[in-house]
Design a protein around this ligand. Structure first.
Ligand SMILES: [Zn+2]
Length: 779
């Protein structure tokens, strides 16, 4: 049951969300409804900030005036596309029907301490459809005869793997045979020195944590011979449904090996290396997949993935190949401290999978910079990660390591996962997603994320990560419905659903990709781009000028300028026009705004809205004034071409927002996104609080997932408890001739009234604790 919303909670919600939510809600709100009627019928249920949202300058006393202002000409909502054809269940691959995945990750000691029946009973009672069981490759969990497949010291000739497979199958759970090809022991190294990854000096790369283990190189016969031998042995002995490799391919970064084979490859972390890395990943993946199918035609191989937009292998190629996208993205770390890390992964998967299967692992144990792999995580944090998995369109996968003392010395994780799984099992139809209904696309420059180092002026190892997080945060604060779009999927069939594309410093773009973006804009789409977007080709060769110079209406006039002291400012060229241009809505009493940490100097453009005041000294304060207080260097460039709107920021504005949290940068980003999209929202949710919302088409209708991040730990540490938020008014425009049977709140466990008028659906979610799913069943 939701907690009672106290004044303290509400004040905290406002503090955390900032005053920005109301501004964002305002200019997106109530587009198709008669606002006067809406106010009359539901004002009592609306919180103060929502009333303010109708006019940011209003007070409660000005409510009537606000209502009158708000009932002017309404912008047009973009309708949803026609509904997809029903799914052919008969011919659907079995893995696409999996809804819950369980794993007790087995240790060498488990054959001595784990009760196999108790283990199988736990996952069966939790409604798991499939369980991971360790074959491994580092240690055999069955009496393997493959040379160098060392038996665990507690195995003692027992067929532990076989017993687990039998116990799972007896309970109608499917089985993933889990392998680990990344490490092996000294005897293997002595016999096959060529299997090891090597440092630049030729020395062997050993495990950081247990130097008895060496790291295997993916370009060697270890992967061509040793792993296939294990797969074929398992196939000959057991009834498994599919094979999986943990620890390969690497997540979020590329290998750096100097073995005899790798020394002949292009240098690590270059576009040329990425190409041969991808070829090798796909060669091995296909080889293993063929072996998996030798016994069962509907079997398959899949591998460890994750890293969201920084995935190691090319996600577009992988999306075509992978029967199962395994997102090994188990929880927050200090390197990735925002609560939305799991939904970000889901959006990355959705960009390439075309509705195919993805599961995201929730570590029930203590993930983070300091880990306790055999101790339970705080429940609120584990549950939010599971919520995000569902909201992100992925299948929840719950994972704990080791079964010391039976099912674990620490058994607190068990009820958390089992209860959650049992709740999802009541709602599989609504929780199974078909396609996102967002109409903003964020171009996911995977090669830029992996290979572009950021400008020399920035000195950040996580430059693109910070860029992504800044934009992601701004999109959440503005409550925009958005997808990620992979850089290799810019064809019209993938872009036509989007009103606008956002290019957050997508530095590397080929000539062809630039042309695809041009075509998109000339067919009516809008774009927002920033900083070094299109300044490099697909091989990271710098261009003399932007690849999109013509489209963006800009020309580079110098190299990147960083910050030493005061960062640059963006001067409002005509302060008297404050509030006139939509980009400047909400800015008053100032002639300038913060710029960004780094910028590309541009040649002048006609009638710039904002111009650069170059950065200057911040200390000593005696010198903290601008030697040059006015220039003709643009700080934003805006264009309109037909119905397309184009906005370009020469600064790294998204990343600077992430580093500073400056509300002006957030406001500028949200105003700009509203301007380029002409405020056309398919789904809009109005209310107070900091949320992430993702809307999906489902088989019964639509599902709108709302995650409540209104929490002091949304951007650091773990959630400790939940701070409920009040009413959220949901509006969406349904396709023509689609009726609505019911709107059900799956967490609250009840239906809510709704209003449908000319395809415009409206309903109110009265309150949200940590998560709600509004399941719309269409007629
Ligand atoms: Zn190598």
């Amino acid at each position: 049951m939701p907690m009672k919303v106290t004044a303290t909670h509400r004040q905290m919600a406002k503090r955390i969300a900032g005053s920005y939510t109301s501004i964002a809600a305002n200019s997106m709100g109530v587009p198709v409804f008669n606002r006067r009627t809406f106010l009359k019928t539901s004002a009592a249920a609306l919180p103060l900030t929502a009333l303010h949202a109708l006019n940011p300058a209003s007070t409660l006393a000005e409510e009537h005036a606000a209502a009158a202002v708000a009932s002017g000409p309404a912008p047009k909502l973009v309708p949803l596309p026609p509904r997809l054809a029903p799914i052919d269940s008969l011919h659907r691959p079995w893995q696409q029907k999996i809804r819950r995945v369980g794993q007790s990750n087995m240790t060498e000691h488990d054959p001595a301490v784990m009760n196999v029946e108790e283990w199988a009973d736990y996952w069966h009672a939790a409604n798991a459809d499939i369980v991971f069981i360790s074959v491994t490759g580092i240690l055999a969990f069955y009496p393997s005869k493959v040379p160098f497949h060392r038996h665990g010291k507690y195995l003692q000739g027992r067929d532990f793997f076989g017993e687990c497979v039998g116990a799972a199958k007896k309970r109608n759970m499917r089985v993933v045979a889990r392998m680990s090809p990344d490490l092996n022991w000294g005897d293997a190294l002595a016999a096959h020195p060529e299997w090891a990854m090597r440092h630049r000096d030729g020395s062997v790369q050993f495990s950081d944590q247990d130097p008895r283990l060496f790291q295997t190189c993916m370009f060697t016969s270890y992967m061509d011979d040793y792993i296939p031998a294990i797969m074929r042995e398992v196939n000959s002995l057991y009834d498994v449904d599919c094979f999986y490799t943990n620890g390969w391919p690497p997540i979020g970064e590329l290998p750096d090996c100097h073995c005899a084979i790798c020394n002949k490859l292009p240098p690590a972390n270059t576009p040329a290396y990425w190409a041969v890395f991808n070829d090798r990943v796909f060669q091995l993946w296909q080889k293993y997949d063929a072996i998996a199918k030798e016994k069962k035609p509907d079997g398959f191989f899949f591998a460890n993935l994750g890293g969201n937009v920084r995935c190691g292998p090319n996600m577009n190629r992988l999306g075509k190949l992978a029967a199962w996208f395994q997102a090994d993205n188990q929880g927050r770390t200090y390197n990735d401290s925002a609560v939305w890390g799991c939904t970000l992964q889901g959006r990355a998967c959705n960009a390439v999978l075309d509705g195919k299967f993805a599961a995201n692992v929730t570590g029930a144990y203590s993930t983070g910079a300091v880990t306790w792999r055999n101790g339970s995580k705080t429940p609120a944090e584990a549950i939010m990660w599971l919520n995000e998995t569902l909201a992100g369109g992925m299948v929840p996968y719950y994972h704990f390591v080791g079964s010391e003392d039976g099912l674990g010395e620490d058994r607190r994780w068990q009820a958390v996962g089992a209860d959650y799984f049992r709740w999802t099992a009541q709602h599989d139809a609504h929780l199974t997603t078909r396609r996102s209904i967002a109409n903003i696309g964020v171009v996911m420059g995977q090669s830029t994320q992996l290979l572009y180092p950021g400008p020399a002026t920035a000195r950040s190892h996580a430059y693109m990560h910070e860029t992504t997080q800044g934009l992601y945060n701004a999109l959440l604060q503005g409550r925009f419905a958005f997808d990620f779009v992979h850089e290799d999927r810019l064809e019209p069939e993938h872009l036509s659903k989007y009103r606008a594309l956002i290019l957050p410093n997508v530095a590397m773009l080929s000539d062809q990709q630039c042309q695809q973006i041009r075509d998109y804009v000339y067919s009516g789409g809008s774009i927002m781009a920033s900083f070094e977007t299109s300044l490099y080709d697909e091989n990271l060769n710098p261009r003399a000028d932007f690849g999109l110079a013509d489209l963006l209406g800009i020309h580079k006039s110098g190299e990147v300028v960083g910050t030493n002291g005061n960062a640059y400012y963006a001067r409002i060229e005509d302060p008297n026009a404050n509030g006139q241009h939509p980009l400047l809505h909400g800015f008053t009493n100032t002639n300038w705004l913060p710029g960004a940490q780094n910028r590309i100097p541009l040649k002048p453009v006609p009638n710039p809205l904002l111009t650069v005041v170059p950065g200057f000294v911040s200390y000593p304060p005696e010198l903290a004034y601008p030697p040059v207080s006015h220039t003709n260097e643009p700080a934003v460039v805006l264009r309109e071409v037909g119905s397309s709107r184009i906005a370009y920021f020469p600064g790294d504005i998204e990343r600077t927002y992430w580093l500073t949290g400056h509300g002006d940068l957030l406001r500028l980003l949200v105003n700009t996104i509203q301007w380029i999209t002409a405020d056309q929202q398919i789904v809009h949710i109005q209310g107070e609080g900091f949320i992430e919302a993702i809307a999906w088409e489902t088989t019964p209708g639509y599902a709108i997932h709302v995650l409540n991040y209104t929490n002091p730990n949304a951007q650091h540490c773990w959630l400790q408890e939940t701070f409920p938020i009040g009413p959220q008014t949901v509006r969406m425009q349904l396709p023509q001739r689609v009726g609505v049977k019911s709107v059900e709140l799956l967490k609250a466990g009840r239906a809510v009234p709704f209003h449908l008028d000319g395809g415009a659906l409206q309903f109110i979610i009265p309150s949200i604790a940590d998560y709600e799913v509004a399941a719309i069943t269409v007629a």
